[in-house]
Design a protein around this ligand. Sequence first.
Ligand SMILES: [Mg+2]
Length: 219
Amino acid sequence: MNHEIKGVAFDVDGTLYPNLFMYLYSIPFFLTHPVFVYHFRMVRKTIRTIRPLENVRNSQADLLSRSMGISREQAYNKIDTCIYNRWERCFRYMILYPWVKKLISLIRLKGLKTGILSDYPVDRKLSYFGLSREWDVAMSSEESGYLKPHPEPFLLLAERMNLPPEKILYIGNSYAHDIIGASGVGMRTAHLSWKRERKGADITFLWYKEIERYLSEKL
Ligand SMILES: [Mg+2]
């Protein structure tokens, strides 16, 4: 079996930057929209359990409208304004993990393909991070009709990267969403976690330097 890695793809939140920073940077947003944030979190949790699903945005608007007792249109617009605009702007000055930018340029220098797969829209965040041009593919799971850990987002990522899943290393911080989802379609996985004893990912790491070392052994 050929174990060569031909592409590396990343989750965004909690993977390119520490999760703690997301919560810190989001505090003003959470404080000004507490009820909405509570309902939206429950909706995103529920939506991961539903199959078949036709469209993530429409279904989450349906669920939110029922949960908050507002019209479907109001719910859709609320999510659009709050999540896809206001909340995203909290990420303007986000500080990335050390070495992550260096690792990305190294991956590109080695001629590997690069990808981004997040459950949220990625374009604006990546431009805030100064990482707009680094990717062969940058996409949100929503484009596949499902969120992680469903196989659709990972399969669509592989298809767009034009690589079989086995040739892709997927890097993520969530065991339940990233590692289960990516390994489920046959990708190699790197789990960013303090809990090194946790089995299931091909590599569990805390510093991006470790990925650099892992990759140099696999190429
Ligand atoms: Mg994440």
